[in-house]
Ligand binder design. Structure first.
Ligand code: SF4
Length: 175
C-alpha cells in the first residue's frame, strides 16, 4: 500500500479541519464529500481505511458504515500488470541497461519505458521528501511542540501531523 498520500500536500483534505471527516453522526457533510470526490488519492486512502479497520472516519469517499458492509476493492489485473512492468523497467535500468535495450527486451515502445522510468524516479523522489518531512515532524513532536505549531513551522496541514502520529502509534510505519 502506498502511504505517500498521508503527507501529500495536494490531498484535498490537507487544509480542512479533521472534525469534518470524523462527524459525530457518522454521516459526512458536503465539504468532506466534495473533498474526497476531487482528491487524487481516493484509492490509496480507501485501501488505508480498510487496512487499518478505521471505524469512525469518512475516508476515500466512504463512511465507516459503508466499509463495514462492502468488501474492499481488489486491485485490477491491469494495475498489477502495470506495476510489475514498472518494477522490471527500474530493475533493468538499475542493472545498467539503456532505455532502448529495455524496450527491446520487454518488447515495449521506448516511450512507454521512458514514461515508466520517469514515473518511478518521481515516486522515489517523493518518498525521499516524505522521509525527510517525517523526521522533522517526529523531532518536533518529541520536543513537545504542538501539532498546530509543527504544521505552521513546516508549512503543512495539521492533519499531516496527526496522520504521522497515527502511523507511529499503529506501527504502520517505523518511527
Ligand atoms: S479523506 Fe482521503 S480521499 Fe478524502 S480528501 Fe482526504 S486523503 Fe483524499
Amino acid at each position: 500500500m502506498d502511504l505517500g498520500f498521508l503527507t501529500a500536500q495536494d490531498r484535498a483534505c490537507a487544509d480542512l479541519p479533521t472534525e469534518l471527516f470524523v462527524p459525530e453522526s457518522g454521516l459526512p457533510g458536503k465539504a468532506a464529500k466534495d473533498a474526497c470526490r476531487r482528491c487524487p488519492y481516493t484509492t490509496d486512502c480507501l485501501a488505508y481505511a480498510y487496512a487499518t479497520g478505521d471505524n469512525y472516519a469518512y475516508m476515500g469517499g466512504t463512511t465507516a458504515n459503508e466499509r463495514r458492509t462492502v468488501r474492499p476493492p481488489q486491485h485490477t489485473p491491469r494495475r498489477l500488470q502495470v506495476a510489475g512492468r514498472r518494477r522490471q523497467v527500474v530493475d533493468m535500468a538499475d542493472a545498467g541497461l539503456t532505455l532502448k535495450e529495455i524496450a527491446l527486451v520487454l518488447k515495449l515502445p521506448v516511450a512507454t519505458v521512458t514514461a515508466d522510468k520517469i514515473r518511478a524516479g518521481r515516486k522515489q523522489a517523493a518518498a525521499r521528501v516524505n522521509v525527510a518531512l517525517y523526521a522533522q515532524i517526529d523531532a518536533l513532536d518529541a520536543a513537545g511542540v504542538s501539532p498546530t505549531r509543527i504544521a505552521e513551522k513546516l508549512h503543512i496541514g495539521r492533519r499531516t501531523v496527526y496522520n504521522r502520529r497515527a502511523q507511529r502509534q499503529t506501527g504502520l510505519v517505523a518511527a
